[in-house]
Ligand binder design. Sequence first.
Ligand code: B12
Ligand code: SF4
Length: 447
Amino acid sequence: MPSPASFKVLSLIPPMTQLNTPYPSTAYLTGFLRSRGFDAGQEDLALATVLALLNNKGLTDLRDTALTLPVEERSGPVNFFLDHFNDYAVSIDPVIAFLQGRDSTLSHRIAGRGFLPEGPRFAALDAYDDDGTGDPIGWAFGALGQTDRARHLATLYLNDLADVLRDAVDEGFEFVRYAERLAASQPSFDALAEALAQPPNLIDTTLERLALQAIERHQPTLVLLSVPFPGSVYAAFRIAQCIKNAHPKIRIGLGGGFVNTELRELKDARVFDHVDFVTFDGGERPLLSLIEHLQGQRSLQRLQRTFVRNDAGQVQYINMQEPDIPFEEVGTATWDGLPLHKYLSLLDMLNPMNRLWSDGRWNKLTVAHGCYWKKCSFCDVSLDYISRYETAQASTLVDRIEQIVAETGQTGFHFVDEAAPPKALKALAEELLRRGVQISWWGNIRF
Ligand code: B12
Ligand code: SF4
């Protein structure tokens, strides 16, 4: 076993994933490492970046950037923002507080439609028939659904600002993905390398500042960058780049759903200009071995599912067979260190099912590891996160649930299994009933 002493791990969520609740990988890795006695911390740089851009000072910087654009290159959203800048400047901090659940009575003013500047995104409301009432969204919210109505309007307002960031700063910016095109279905590292060689824009400098502040706070030996989606790859590399420049001794690992799916044939050594290790699949086993290695207790050749750049400058895959950490023993995810009261409950689409994606701070948890079904013809069922189906006892799961509720004070759970496993869910439901644990939960089934 690696000695936990003086080894500090910092797990980071790069922009963008989602804004209403943290993506769970750092919570899983941090909970696991702490269960093994390590000093582990985590930060959500996706939320932090958005909050740093969307406040009075951030919008002033955005206006200054937008004003540098030649007049003929300013898009509709940019012109609207510049024309109504003062309305944005006074409303942004209250709107963020409202969406964070800190100022609920603001809903009256927002829903009254006199408070927010209504940019191009509000045109979507014209698509609905108001039946002569003058209220095009009355059908969705009725007379009393004022908080939800205000949340929807505030979301349109933020979407207008996201469009300004896209048009004035970076064409790849969106709230749930960032520069996705640079990583999605890219045959090579060229597009990313080229983008990373560009001078940093307003979003990059904000992200870099926040990343370096996180490093100062945590003083890590090892940084783990988790990239679940193509829309968080570019920012992960920007973070790695600035950490390497400022703190060349810090080791950096890259992993997560995108890596597990898209980087299995990794050949381009330039990736290792920015990160030191790329690992696949369930992070627990590779991470323990990696830490042992960095502490001088394990040779490089005895790592699991890890790509490195060897002394000859070539990409080398190392995978010494060793059993994975069973799902029963991965510990309980922890949200400690993440600013749970700062997430934004957005109401993007007027569809009761879709609102679950972006509204509310759900605790994310897996009921099992892998997929119980493994029969879809289009699916690569050889991947570990699908093929290795492992359950935990219902009592272990409910222990985890109780611990998470005690830690976060919140009782909503999103079960993020690839495909919700009916048998395990039934056992879980029975154990919840037996203990009288009151939670709300939802998950995804696959047709
Ligand atoms: C639940 C889920 C969703 C949900 C919730 C998303 C969310 N924001 O939380 C919904 C349905 C909304 C969704 C949407 C999308 N998803 Co999705 N989703 C999943 C799913 C099934 C589980 C994710 C999860 O929470 N896992 C639990 C966590 C704890 O696991 P994990 O992140 O993999 O972390 C573990 C390891 O990877 C590793 N690890 C992670 N980071 C690191 C870092 C280091 C350094 C190390 C050592 C290890 C490590 O350790 C962790 C613990 O073992 C995965 C498939 C899967 N089974 O993983 C797809 C998956 C992540 N999604 C995927 C995609 C593409 C998307 C979308 C982009 C689809 C789209 N085109 O819109 C969107 C993006 C949405 C967004 N911006 O939030 C892909 C990503 C891979 C790829 N092709 O790039 C996956 C892998 C599915 C697939 N095979 O296609 N998704
Ligand atoms: S349910 Fe999902 S993970 Fe399971 S086999 Fe089908 S596509 Fe693959």
